[in-house]
Design a protein around this ligand. Structure first.
Ligand SMILES: *Cc1c(COP(=O)(O)O)cnc(C)c1O
Length: 420
C-alpha cells in the first residue's frame, strides 16, 4: 500500500518555524483510532485490556492519550514506572514485565499496585523479600525450542533469556499460592514484529493449553493471559499489513475451543503492544543539509542514527517521503545519511527518490515506536524534540530538544566548565 504521510509540507513548515528539525511527530487521531480498533477486535472478552509497552514511546502525553482510550502501561524499569505514574496510570492499569529486576524496581511496582510479571522462578522469594506478596501475580513462560507459524520459524525461544519452563511455572504457581496469591496470570512473548494474522491466535492457543495444564496440575485460579507484544507493522509499502479484527477473531476461536470447555471462560485477555499501537503514527521530520557526489550519490540530513537507530542497528527499512514531492518521479537513487562518524548511519541505501534539494523536508515513516526511545548521544548528537499533532490540526511540543547543557549536565560534580 502506498505510504502517505499524516502531515503536509505546509503543516511541517508551520511547525518547523517554531520547533527546528529534526523532531519526531505523532498523530493523535491515528493513535486513538488504532486503540479503538484494538478494543473492538477484543470486545468479545469482557476483561480485555491493552497495556501499552512504554519502552516503545516513553512520553507521558502519549501514555495519557492511550489511557483515555482505556489502555494501561507495560513497564520494565523504575523510570518507566515513574513515567506511567506521572501520566496518572497506576494500580492494575500497570503491568510490570521486567527481567534481571533490581530491588528498587520491584518495590516500586509493588507499591504502585501494579500487576507483577515474574521472569523467573527464583523471583518468587525475591518478590516476597524485597516487597511483598500481592493478591495477583503473573509468570512469564518460555516454551523452549523454536516457534513456527506454518513452515516459517519465527524465533528461537530456547535461546531467549526470558521466562520459565513449564515445570518452573507450576512450581512458581504452587509456591505463590502457599504465600497467599489468589489469582494468576500467564505471559509469553515469542516473536517480534510479526506481519501475520496467525501469530496471536497461535500464541494464544499455546498459552490457553498451558493454562489448562497448569490449572489441572496446581488447582490455582488463572485470571488473565497476557499475549504481550509482537504484532508488527508493514514498514515496507509492498508488505501485507495485519488486520486486528481478524487477529481478535482468531484469538476468540481458540478461546472458545480450548478455555470455555474447561470452565475457564472467565479469563481476561491482555496485550502489551508497542509497535502496532504507535509505529505508523510517528514520523521523524528532518531537513536536507548537504548533497555529496563521490562513488555514490549522498543526501545528508540533520537527523542521524542517534534519532532513529533501527536502520543502523537492524538494517531496518523505513519508508521516506520528500514532502511537497509526493507525486514526483522517483528517478534518483540516493543513500540518505546522517552525520555520525559511523558508516552505518544511513536511513536508506540505494533508495529511489525524487530529485532532492538542500532545504527539502523529509518524512521518515513509522518511527512512532522504538524510534525516539532508542535514541542516544553518540558523537555528542542531542536528542530531538517530540511533537503531538492533535486531531484539529493544532500541535503541542511534548518534549523539548536537548541542549548542550543537558549533554553536560552529568558533569555537574566536576570542576569543568562548558561554554554552553
Ligand atoms: C518490547 C516488549 C513489548 C512490546 O513489543 P512490540 O514489538 O513493540 O509490540 C511487550 N512486552 C514486553 C515484555 C516487551 O519486552
Amino acid at each position: 500500500m502506498r505510504k502517505v504521510p499524516f502531515v503536509t509540507l505546509e503543516k511541517v513548515q508551520e511547525i518547523s518555524a517554531q520547533i527546528p528539525t529534526p523532531y519526531h511527530i505523532y498523530d493523535e487521531a491515528g493513535i486513538r483510532q488504532r486503540a479503538r480498533e484494538l478494543k473492538a477486535a477484543f470486545a468479545w472478552n469482557p476483561g480485555f485490556k491493552e497495556y501499552f509497552a512504554v519502552k516503545a514511546t516513553p512520553n507521558p502525553y502519549i501514555l495519557k492519550v492511550l489511557h483515555e482510550e482505556g489502555c494501561g502501561c507495560d513497564c520494565a524499569s523504575y523510570a518507566e514506572l515513574l513515567l506511567a505514574e506521572a501520566a496518572g496510570v497506576t494500580g492494575h492499569d500497570v503491568m510490570f514485565s521486567s527481567n534481571v529486576t533490581p530491588e528498587q524496581d520491584m518495590r516500586k511496582a509493588y507499591d504502585m499496585g501494579a500487576y507483577i510479571n515474574l521472569d523467573d522462578v527464583t523471583h518468587v522469594d525475591f518478590l516476597e523479600k524485597v516487597a511483598g506478596i500481592p493478591e495477583s501475580v503473573c509468570c512469564r513462560y518460555n516454551p523452549g525450542g523454536s516457534f513456527s507459524l506454518g513452515n516459517t520459524i519465527m524465533d528461537m525461544p530456547r535461546d531467549a533469556k526470558y521466562g520459565m519452563t513449564e515445570d518452573q511455572m507450576a512450581g512458581a504457581f504452587l509456591a505463590l499460592s502457599k504465600k497467599g496469591v489468589k489469582h494468576f496470570g500467564i505471559h509469553a512473548f515469542l516473536a517480534s514484529n510479526t506481519v501475520s494474522n496467525e501469530y496471536y491466535p497461535e500464541l494464544a492457543a499455546r498459552l490457553f493449553r498451558l493454562a489448562v495444564r497448569l490449572k489441572n496440575a496446581t488447582g490455582v485460579h488463572i485470571s488473565f493471559i497476557n499475549l504481550s507484544g509482537g504484532v508488527g507493522v508493514d514498514y515496507r509499502p509492498e508488505q501485507p499489513c495485519n488486520n486486528i479484527a481478524v487477529i481478535g477473531e482468531g484469538v476468540r476461536r481458540q478461546y472458545e475451543n480450548i478455555l470455555v470447555p474447561e470452565g475457564m471462560g472467565d479469563i481476561a485477555i491482555f496485550t502489551e503492544l508497542g509497535r502496532f499501537m504507535l509505529a505508523p503514527f510517528g514520523h521523524l521530520i528532518s531537513k536536507v543539509l548537504h548533497h555529496k557526489h563521490i562513488y555514490k550519490e549522498y543526501v545528508g540530513l540533520d537527523a542521524c542514527a542517534a534519532n532513529l537507530m533501527r536502520p543502523a542497528m537492524y538494517g531496518a527499512y523505513h519508508h521516506i517521503t520528500v514532502l511537497g514531492k509526493e507525486d514526483a518521479l522517483l528517478d534518483h537513487v540516493y543513500d540518505v545519511t546522517g552525520g555520525l562518524c559511523e558508516n552505518n548511519d544511513k536511513f536508506a541505501i540505494d533508495r529511489s527518490l525524487p530529485a532532492m534539494d538542500i532545504g527539502d523536508y523529509v518524512c521518515i515513516h513509522d518511527t512512532g515506536a522504538h524510534g525516539f526511545s532508542m535514541g542516544y548521544n553518540y558523537n555528542g548528537k542531542l536528542r530531538s524534540a517530540e511533537v503531538l499533532l492533535h486531531p484539529d490540526g493544532t500541535f503541542t511540543k511534548i518534549r523539548r530538544a536537548e541542549t548542550p547543557a543537558d549533554y553536560f549536565a552529568t558533569f555537574d560534580e566536576t570542576p569543568f566548565k562548558f561554554g554552553v
